[in-house]
Design a protein around this ligand. Structure first.
Ligand code: NAD
Length: 491
């Protein structure tokens, strides 16, 4: 039995006795075996987290932050090992895998610093000899449910703020990247977290994930994943009025204006559309191009895309790794068929790469895409981008906004007026000017509008709002009962 759930400081197997396997998407090889946890395992993990909360919430926040500083140091020391493991288990290329780990280092350092801030407010009172303030308080047990595409970074986006705020956590990481989740939690424990403050339950979404969402002792669910799962999570959490924080999908657009630096725009498109094999929530899956530069952009883009080197992420010189699994290859290929059937023009790619069982798909560019087509509306989550020709800036913004999602956006222009209009009018949580749609920094809020989420933000100090509740405190030092204005019937 694989003893790979961390519950109350002890590594344990799953109670049901069943296991599942993690694979190397570049080769199809088996990597490792993990417990397929049940609701009973989740129950034990939540009980351990609830028990640990009593003390952890009283540990001074700077001390909690100091543990995160040590965690960041451990991540830095283990960065080569984690990077290599990520190229194997998740598949992203070496440089990007290192970036994923780096993001967790940065987030842990940033949130460690929050241990000495966690600012509340003091404000004047309506009355004499009275002091008012509001403070942030931890909420309790947080259930963190994460996807596989940033297997170290995303757990850190959730756990670092949750912990520094004084909550305890049960992590249910993605079933495609369980080994990375295990290493993440091992290092957190090694950094000095008391037993039970962080717990790990491996397994599937509909089993362990659903049980975590429905557990009455879980006070917050922080979820990153697809829109469909996000809706299911929100519904399941409604019964217990659990706080739900959702970070969901995207259909992010790059606008290329008639005055854009085209070489720079092509750099931005290639990096944002095909980095991480298009498997980023912020990936540029649409490129909205002014007709004045449409022909030239196509030519330069296709030349660059066809020069991209595919291969296993651990090899030097590889630009694009595999997709996460065979189902993802099927899905991406299905969208190629849909695009062709809809009448879009396939410029390059659109096929699997045959080889040693790896999940490789050629970087794919469609042209003459209409903004209403399915390949321009639905999240493909693979190396496919759609070029949409438009006439002028206003049409470009309307096309960009004409999707259900609102995560990231970008504009290439040299016109400062257009840039500012885009910053104001693009319906997205993130807008880049003269850069692609990816590349978030940890100290700014991260998240999206519309169907990308439910209004919360990850990262930056905005993340603290997910993991704390406000308490307002009134201290009267007048020595007599003073009534506030609402109760002062004579005034
Ligand atoms: P997914 O929704 O299939 O799975 C995400 C997690 O939810 C996994 O751990 C899974 O086991 C779990 N899960 C599945 N069903 C569940 C259920 N019924 N109850 C509870 N948990 C359940 O998503 P994925 O394929 O792992 O990730 C890709 C998606 O994530 C894309 O849509 C992408 O855009 C999105 N994403 C969003 C962000 C963001 O910050 N907005 C970041 C990365 C990825």
């Amino acid at each position: 039995m694989a003893e790979r759930n961390l519950i109350g400081g002890t590594w344990a197997g799953g109670s049901g006795g069943e296991t599942f396997t993690s694979f190397v998407p570049a080769t199809g090889e088996t990597l490792d075996t993990f417990p397929r946890s049940t609701a009973a395992d989740v129950d034990r993990a939540v009980a351990a987290a609830k028990d640990a909360f009593g003390d952890w919430r009283l540990v001074p926040a700077p001390e909690r932050g100091a543990i995160l500083f040590r965690f960041a140091e451990l991540l830095r020391a283990h960065k080569p090992e984690l990077t290599d493991l990520m190229t194997r288990e998740m598949g992203k290329v070496k440089a990007e895998a290192g970036g994923d780990v780096q993001e967790a280092i940065d987030m842990s350092l940033f949130m460690a610093g929050e241990g000495r801030r966690l600012h509340g407010q003091t404000t004047p009172s309506e009355l004499r000899d009275k002091f008012n303030m509001s403070i942030r308080q931890p909420i309790g047990v947080v259930g963190a449910i994460t996807p596989w595409n940033f297997p170290i970074a995303i757990p850190s986006w959730k756990l670092a703020p949750a912990l520094v705020c004084g909550n305890t956590v049960v992590l249910k990481a993605a079933e495609d990247t369980p080994k990375l989740a295990e290493r993440f939690v091992e290092l957190l424990a090694e950094a000095g977290l008391p037993d039970g403050v962080v717990n790990l339950v491996q397994g599937f979404g509909e089993e362990a994930g659903d049980a975590l969402v429905r557990h009455p002792d879980v006070r917050v669910i922080s979820f990153t994943g697809s829109r469909e799962t996000g809706v299911a999570v929100a519904k399941a959490a409604a019964e217990t009025l659990t706080h739900v924080h959702l970070e969901l999908g995207g259909k992010n657009a790059i606008l290329v204006c008639d005055d854009a630096d085209l070489d720079l725009a092509v750099d931005g498109i290639v990096w944002s559309a095909f980095g991480t094999t298009g498997q980023r929530c912020t990936a540029a899956s649409r490129v909205i191009v002014d007709r004045a530069v449409y022909g030239e952009l196509q030519k330069r883009l296709v030349a660059r895309v066809e020069a991209l080197r595919l291969g296993p992420g651990w090899e030097d010189g590889v630009d694009v790794g595999p997709l996460i699994n065979a189902a993802a290859v099927e899905k991406v290929d299905g969208y190629t068929r849909i695009g062709i059937d809809e009448g879009a023009k396939l410029l390059t790619g659109g096929e699997r790469v045959s080889g040693e069982g790896g999940c490789f798909y050629r970087p794919t560019v469609f042209a003459d895409v209409e903004a209403s087509m399915r390949i321009a509306q639905e999240e493909i989550f693979g190396p496919t981008t759609a070029l949409i020709p438009v006439d002028g800036f206003d049409e470009a913004v309307a096309a960009a906004n004409g999707v259900r999602f609102g995560l990231s956006s970008s504009i290439f222009t040299r016109d400062v007026n257009r840039a500012f209009r885009a910053m104001r009018d693009l319906e997205a949580g993130i807008t880049y000017v003269n850069a692609g749609t990816t590349g978030a920094e940890v100290h700014l809020p991260f998240g999206g509008t519309k169907d990308t989420g439910n209004g919360h933000r990850e990262a930056g100090s905005a993340a603290l709002d997910v993991f704390t509740e406000w308490k307002s405190i009134y201290v009267d030092y007048s020595g007599r009962l003073q009534r506030a204005q609402i109760d002062n019937v004579d005034s």
